[in-house]
Design a protein around this ligand. Sequence first.
Ligand code: NAD
Length: 282
Amino acid sequence: MSFATIAVIGAGTMGRGIAETAAARGLAVILIEINEQQRQTAAAQIARSVEKAIQRGKLTGTDAASVVGRIRWEGELSAATPADFVIEAVSENEPLKIEILKQLDRACRQETILASNTSSISITRLAAATNRPAQVVGMHFFNPVPIMTPVEIVRGLQTSEATVAATIQLAEQLGKQPSVVADSPGFVVNRVLMPLINEAIFALHEGVADAATIDALMRQGCNHPMGPLQLADLVGLDVCLSILRVLHRELGDPKFRPCPLLVRLVDAGRLGKKSGEGFYKY
Ligand code: NAD
């Protein structure tokens, strides 16, 4: 089986990356974004990104106009009806995601699979809000999507084997490397990464070393391409805090408690690269 048309909901950082990746691989994409301004911004970002990929030789055998032309922009969820597979990538807000999945459940054909790109919300809970829990799955991509190859395929309690198999197939069609994981807070990558970042923030908070030294030691001593504080700035400190809070609440283990310095920086609006300042200035 191969997929011809997918719908992507939300054209933020992740949704536009997923849409671009799918269009570059020849799929037709229905990209549904509620915010008109964001539709324009994301369309320009996708066009730029495709041009760059072609110039660098990362994308061959096609031209930018064909890739961009495979993306159909829409503002209403009902436009997802023709899709064989839907990937929801709206903001990390559980009531919003539940409402969107309910509407997609009503709008889409019975056999369509509904996937969520959530980083931390339970796929089992999202699935239970629909009338097709066996066809709801997690598809956790990494940023920037056109470049990063892994995808965590998250099997909810009621997700069927056929859904998991079809999702693996789609991930491979998109040129990704899928790994199937259980529905557990933070899945694998964030569960392992966030305590590392949090511990680096505790080391800074307790004056063990300054930010540049912590990052340099982790790069040189652990062969990490980027230090944990620099990575936290890139991910967004608000995103790190919200994932740590989910891990802390849902796993109940104090080792996940967010460092008070992280909380203070987020309170101050220092969210990392996107706000111009986090542990570093941009
Ligand atoms: P974002 O805030 O950049 O984008 C979300 C987009 O959804 C916005 O453009 C918003 O206008 C749109 N939206 C909201 N409601 C909508 C609706 N009803 N219909 C259509 N569009 C709607 O968020 P993001 O960083 O792209 O994250 C999206 C999802 O991906 C989240 O669940 C997040 O946890 C997950 N995720 C993010 C990253 C990352 O590094 N940013 C990595 C992996 C997974």
